[in-house]
Design a binder for this molecule. Structure first.
Ligand code: C6P
Length: 425
């Protein structure tokens, strides 16, 4: 027994020594909003799955664009416009490297994951699906990876098939392969669940789908703030991310798509910039990526997202993992000491998200009371109503951590939830 304990202490020490440490207190000073107090209490921001806070370098990059070189892109021969164009295209290359896409034109700037899934559903989906075809999604998708497929399935008379999940919140992989058939035209899967934190084995699932020649779209909204993503290693066909969930501005994100697929797809929206030539008889389209970027894009947002990528590149994913894993374990164990509290989503592979319910208390009451203690968490169905239905709850309270959160902030959450328990008992 003693030997086992010694061995495990040695293993922990070795692990700790091998992992680079995150200097959280220093990192926090990069984020101006985290310095705030509300009602005399330090703000404890634990709603990072909804949106993350922005480091000063991101705020500055947007400000510098508007103050120093604001102009429309790809249009002007004058230097100001060229400067803006260069910065926008440099941001595309940063995103290409961030997800390790083979080529910059495989990166399409859009508003975020919602628009990216809609693009694939309306462009790829409407041209590939016919009556009787199937699209496979999972039981833990965000509404933005359900509803666009429902709309397209209704229009084409195709149907959705759903990969089930266990009580712990893990996808049932055996069932997955059984759902793929000659009728399947696309698999669309969430990489990391926003309401449960489950990290899905997307690489394995892509390989299974490809074994049946079925392309795969991955919703990476909750993955990119927590882990390195390599689209070539995953071998997914499409990958979507939202900038605001990975320390960048709102209203900007990307769709990565394999060039071969994007080239074969029709435009999603028509307008300026996405054409080669327009006449009333016939219009021809611009090559990638312009074909999918109709109209003036979110130039400041793309530049800001590029700055967020630079910021993340200056950090160590190993250090981020070690810190967030510690927060996840500490928060789960501490919350579970509260009588009547149940954590939902206990998958073996989890990102730093803790969803919970408290017997006899509505999630919104939990959110309101903890807010009075200065702690910001999200409550509700988290745009995953089918997950709530599967787990038999109307809503959960959800604390979601980023690398700048601390154990002290977890303590503040736990104290606040204890307070909720006292109020209702
Ligand atoms: N989830 C949450 O609080 P947009 O809004 O397009 O940036 O991202 C949509 C989206 C898609 N997929 C997943 C897995 C998501 O988590 C989200 C956004 C937020 O959980 C707001 S509902």
């Amino acid at each position: 027994m003693t030997m086992v304990r010694q061995a495990s202490a040695a293993a922990t020490a070795a692990r700790t020594a091998a992992q680079p440490m995150l200097d959280v207190e220093r990192v926090r000073t990069d984020f101006p909003l985290l310095m705030q107090h509300r009602d005399g209490k330090p703000l404890v921001y634990l709603d990072n799955a909804a949106t993350t806070q922005k480091p000063q370098v991101v705020v500055d990059s947007v400000k510098q664009y508007y103050e120093g070189y604001n102009a429309n892109i790809h249009r002007g021969v004058y230097k100001l416009s060229q400067q803006a164009t260069d910065a926008y295209e440099a941001a595309r290359v940063k995103l290409q490297r961030f997800v390790n896409a083979a080529q910059p034109h495989e990166i399409i700037f859009l508003r975020g994951v919602t628009e990216a899934v809609n693009l694939v559903a309306h462009s790829f989906g409407r041209t590939s699906l016919v009556a009787g075809d199937e699209v496979v999604i999972s039981a833990m998708e965000h509404h933005s990876n359900i509803v666009p497929w429902q709309i397209v399935c209704e229009a084409t008379r195709a149907r959705l098939r759903i990969v089930p999940m266990t009580d712990e919140g893990e996808l049932e992989l055996d069932e997955f392969e059984g759902l793929i058939s000659a009728k399947t035209k696309l698999v669309a899967l969430v990489h990391v669940s926003n309401s449960l934190g489950t990290i899905n084995p997307v690489k394995e699932m892509v390989a299974i789908a490809h074994g049946h020649n079925v392309p795969v779209l991955v919703d990476g909204a909750q993955a990119t703030p927590h882990m390195a993503v390599d689209v070539q290693d995953l071998d997914c066909d499409f990958y979507a991310l939202s900038g605001h969930k990975m320390f960048g501005p709102t209203g900007i994100g990307i769709l990565y798509g394999k060039a071969e697929l994007l080239n074969a797809m029709p435009p999603y929206q028509g307008g300026g910039e996405m054409i080669r030539s327009v006449c009333f008889d016939k219009t021809t389209y611009a090559p990638l990526p312009a074909k999918f970027e109709a109209g003036t894009p979110n130039i400041a947002g793309a530049i800001g997202l590029g700055a967020a990528v630079d910021y993340l590149n200056g950090m160590s994913w190993d250090a981020i993992h070690a810190h967030e894993d510690d927060l996840l374990r500490y928060a789960t164990e501490s919350l579970e000491t509260i009588p009547g509290l149940h954590v939902l989503g206990t998958a073996k592979e989890k990102a730093s998200v803790v969803s919970f319910v408290l017997d006899g208390v509505h999630a919104h009451d939990i959110g309101t009371i903890v807010d009075k203690e200065g702690v910001a968490i999200r409550t509700g169905h988290h745009c995953t109503q089918p997950v709530m239905e599967r787990l038999g709850v109307p809503a959960t309270a959800r604390a979601s951590f980023a690398f700048y959160n601390t154990r002290e902030e977890v303590d503040a959450l736990v104290r606040a939830v204890h307070r909720v328990h006292e109020v209702f008992s």
